[in-house]
Design a binder for this molecule. Structure first.
Ligand code: AR6
Length: 175
């Protein structure tokens, strides 16, 4: 059973086994957290990403962390929000699940996630937070490998939304 934390910060500064990148399906970089991770990791990250042949939405692929304090980067393309009737919730949950399973099968003990899809991809953070929190907490109940998952929120609104989602999840699981 692992621990779950929600913090405000910059994920590129986290010294964990793996940070997760909210990427796009090309895996060749972009703006937002993806741009920040590529800048901090240096050009070797892009070189490795070029060998991966992209990644489907909802799946995940891992690279080394290069100049980052994190050992590895797990890249996952989140769903683009198209109103909510296009399997966005299924795909977002799948992102978290694939990243967590990849971390576990690679023997990682500590992982940090950004709020996948809630920036450029437009997923409403209130809905995304519920999916992220429940998927991570369910996984942490049974894993014997991953010891800690940190949700790294870049701004105050995102932080408060994830904290509220965690409180709601804990209340519901007590009922
Ligand atoms: N640390 C933690 N979180 C961050 C950081 C950071 N350094 N920088 C931004 N965020 P976004 P998406 C937050 O747009 O919505 C890229 O171009 C940000 O405030 O990075 O999944 C990709 O290449 C927000 O809360 O990712 C794709 O094309 C969250 O990270 C597309 O954007 C996600 O915002 C992916 O869009």
């Amino acid at each position: 059973m692992g621990k779950f934390k929600i913090e405000k910060g910059d994920i590129t500064l986290y010294e964990v086994d793996a940070i997760v990148n909210a990427a796009n399906t090309t895996l060749l970089g972009g703006g937002g957290v993806d741009g920040a991770i590529h800048r901090a990791a240096g050009p070797q990250l892009l070189e490795e990403c070029k060998t991966l042949n992209g990644c489907d939405t909802g799946k995940a692929k891992m690279t080394k962390g290069y100049l980052l304090p994190a050992k590895y980067v797990i890249h996952t393309p989140g769903p683009i929000w198209h109103g909510g009737d296009n399997y966005e919730d299924v795909l977002l949950k799948s992102c978290y699940q694939h990243c967590l399973k990849l971390g576990e099968s690679s023997g990682l003990k500590t992982m940090a996630f950004p709020s996948i899809s809630t920036g450029v991809y437009g997923y409403p953070v209130e809905q995304a937070a519920g999916i992220a929190v429940s998927t991570i907490c369910e996984f942490l109940k049974w894993t014997e490998v991953v010891e800690e998952v940190i949700m790294v929120c870049h701004d105050e609104h995102t932080l408060q939304t994830y904290q509220r989602a965690l409180n709601e999840y804990l209340e519901e699981s007590r009922m």
